[in-house]
Design a protein around this ligand. Structure first.
Ligand code: 5RP
Length: 262
């Protein structure tokens, strides 16, 4: 059933398929955003529809909420759920300590709120997301529209004293318009190339009044599941200190191979 998928989609699917093994009946589950997370939502949909799994999902974006609805995963708001057993989400980068850069899909604020409100965060990724040091992927920060150019200037000024290799910033665009988050905010992408001290940077950025949140997820992720196109997965658990190599069966007749609009 996976024969028609590109190698990268196979890798994402394999990671998602392994990650949903963490989901148990009755759990409240945070549902991440992005193309890898979309596979996870589809896997959960199949488990709900065909396997009778009973879960409640909390989506991290309107896109994910819509997909969850389409595939049959029941959704409630975070305020209704209050606290979650588990969140499964994608990432743009992860390092050896399972610290992350997220927000490539523009959903970092809800993703961080949801992941922080979860007992466990499992991240799903392909090999391309692994880095020695965070920062090659531009760090997204969510800023409110009011006075955003002043906020941008303050961010650029603060970067002068930071341990980073690049200091360019760009306003994220969607076609010819500034990209808007689900909260109606803007995203500034910080082209830092390498972040020497992520904790210091995260703290300093979040002190700037117009900055709502940044895409550094530090000490939030518990497990990273890295998928490969051949069906192998690596499961890195930071709390247990384990790295396991496993296989996911790609020949199962999963009923979820339809186009995923991300
Ligand atoms: C969205 C995110 C995504 O998880 C991240 O961008 C990874 O996306 P993909 O799985 O499509 O590579 O943080 O805000």
């Amino acid at each position: 059933m996976t024969d028609n998928l590109s190698p990268i989609d196979k890798a994402k699917y394999v990671a998602a398929k392994r990650a949903v093994e963490y989901v148990e009946d009755g759990m409240r589950v945070g549902l991440g955003t992005g193309s890898t997370a979309a596979w996870m939502v589809k896997c959960l949909g199949e488990m709900v529809r065909d396997g009778g799994l009973k879960i409640t999902g909390v989506a991290t974006s309107t896109r994910t909420a819509q997909l969850a609805q389409e595939v049959g995963v029941p959704i409630v708001t975070l305020d209704e759920a209050r606290w979650l057993d588990l969140t499964i989400d994608g990432t743009d980068e992860y390092d050896g300590d399972l610290n992350l850069i997220k927000g490539g899909g523009g959903a970092l604020l809800q993703e961080k709120i949801v992941a922080t409100a979860s007992d466990q965060m499992v991240v799903i990724a392909d090999q391309s997301k692994k880095v020695e040091k965070l920062g090659a992927f531009p760090l997204p920060i969510e800023v409110i529209p009011f006075g955003w150019q002043t906020t941008r200037a303050l961010v650029e000024e603060s970067l002068i004293n930071m341990d980073v290799l690049g200091r360019k910033t760009s306003l994220r665009m969607a076609d010819d318009e500034p990209f808007r988050t689900d909260e109606g905010n803007l995203i500034l992408d910080l082209h830092l190339r390498q972040i020497g001290q992520p904790r210091q940077l995260s703290f300093v950025l979040n002190q700037i009044p117009g900055v709502v949140e940044n895409g550094l997820f530090l000490d939030i992720c518990d497990v990273v599941v890295i998928g490969n196109a051949d069906g192998s997965v690596e499961v890195r658990d930071i709390n247990n200190g384990t790295v396991n190599h496993e296989r996911v069966d790609l020949n199962e007749t999963d009923n979820l191979f339809v186009d995923i609009a991300d």
